[in-house]
Design a protein around this ligand. Structure first.
Ligand code: NAD
Ligand code: UDP
Length: 338
């Protein structure tokens, strides 16, 4: 079964391509490499012995999409392609709306023309509004996003819901990811953010490898057990497996369904520092810094619906998340550039 994976050369996309190949499916990738390297796909091929047809280009290029749907009989699409840096989205909001919404709209138009009406969309816990009780259920309130990136996810969900409403043949699965971390256990593929990492785990691993001298812990006066922010970290391979489960669901249902992909377990920033130290034996120097604007004290999932409906749950431990993040970082201190 052929699955078109947009943004498949990226962090989550490359791990998902590997998992699709292991599940006997055939990923086909379109990616403009604006935040990734084709080397990730070469490494997935080497790890699995599989082949990934790769189309370098933009998802907004409808002629290119037309060509892909003509050259392959695609059963469904996983739509990862998008810009994702929260801070950058505040600086250049129009670029974010143009890229993330434009790609989703072009993709749905071309899919519709070719009669392929099954799509999984990479959404985010960021679409939930900040005034919800924890854990977050799929029915928790959404909206009130604190940055343009979050709004592109919120609006992307709406575009897909409306598309499915307009034509009952569509099947849409909106996957709301919590905090993906980790890498394939080989250390051959992983996450390499450009510039200074925004996210906690890449910042920790870059500190461990000596690229940063210390971690700034953004706030220690939150209403959490140790005062630092609590998040739901999930191993990227568990997340990847969630997509395989979602494909099975997608192909036997129509309409729109939303699922959280998280573990249901929250860990604080200091829990993460200590877990990383325990898993690797490396001490992470840190300093307490002011709160980061827009951050919530606590954010974690209720993953019950994914377990009950998709038959999926996260399996990797926090120790494995730390071990695998480090294994990737130390083997690839400069990402795919060696
Ligand atoms: P990533 O940047 O590694 O991957 C995204 C890929 O999309 C990149 O390879 C990039 O080159 C490509 N891309 C972007 N715009 C494109 C376009 N117009 N045409 C073709 N390719 C394009 O990011 P990721 O962490 O793998 O995230 C994948 C998806 O999951 C994104 O949509 C992201 O917003 C979403 N998500 C990520 C997280 C996270 O913490 N990593 C959390 C929630 C949701
Ligand atoms: N964080 C931190 N220092 C950093 C990066 C992040 O203390 O250099 C904290 C952040 O305030 C939050 C948690 O780590 O409480 C997770 O942040 P991340 O940006 O990885 O995820 P998000 O906040 O988007 O869920």
């Amino acid at each position: 079964m052929k699955v078109l994976v947009t943004g498949g050369a990226g962090y989550i996309g490359s791990h998902t391509c590997l998992t699709l190949l292991e599940a006997g499916m055939e990923p086909i990738v379109i990616d403009n490499l604006c935040n990734s390297s084709a080397e990730s796909l070469a490494r997935v091929e080497a790890l699995t012995g599989g082949k990934i047809p790769f189309y370098p280009g933009d998802v907004r290029d409808e002629a290119l999409l037309d060509r892909i749907f003509t050259e392959h009989t695609i059963s469904c699409v996983i739509h990862f392609a998008g810009l994702k840096a929260v801070g950058e989205s505040v600086q250049i909001p129009l670029t974010y709306y143009e890229n993330n919404l434009g790609a989703t709209i072009s993709l749905c138009k071309v899919m519709s023309r070719h009669g392929v009406k099954a799509i999984i969309f990479s959404s985010s816990a960021t679409v939930y509004s900040g005034d919800n009780e924890m854990p977050l259920k799929e029915t928790s309130r959404t909206g009130g996003c604190t940055n343009p990136y979050g709004w592109t996810k919120y609006m992307g969900e709406q575009i897909l819901r409306d598309t499915a409403k307009s034509d009952p043949a569509w099947s849409v699965v909106l996957l709301r990811y919590f905090n993906p971390v980790g890498a394939h256990e080989s250390g051959r593929i992983g996450e390499h953010p450009n510039g200074i990492p925004n996210n906690l785990m890449p910042f920790i691993t870059q500190t461990a490898v000596g690229k940063r001298d210390h971690l700034n812990v953004f706030g220690d006066d939150y209403p959490t057990p140790d005062g630092t922010g609590v998040r739901d970290y999930i191993h990227v391979l568990d997340l990847a497996k969630g997509h395989v489960a979602a494909i099975r669901y997608l192909l036997s249902h129509t309409g729109t369904e939303v699922f959280n992909l998280g573990t249901g377990q929250g860990y604080s920033v200091l829990d993460m520092v200590h877990a990383f130290q325990d898993a690797t034996g490396i001490t992470i120097p840190y300093e307490i810094a002011p709160r980061r604007p827009g951050d919530l004290p606590t954010c974690y999932a209720d993953p019950a619906k994914s377990r009950e409906v998709l038959g999926w749950q996260a399996e990797h431990s926090l120790k494995e998340m730390c071990r695998d993040s480090w294994n990737w970082q130390k083997q690839n201190p400069n990402g795919y550039e060696g």
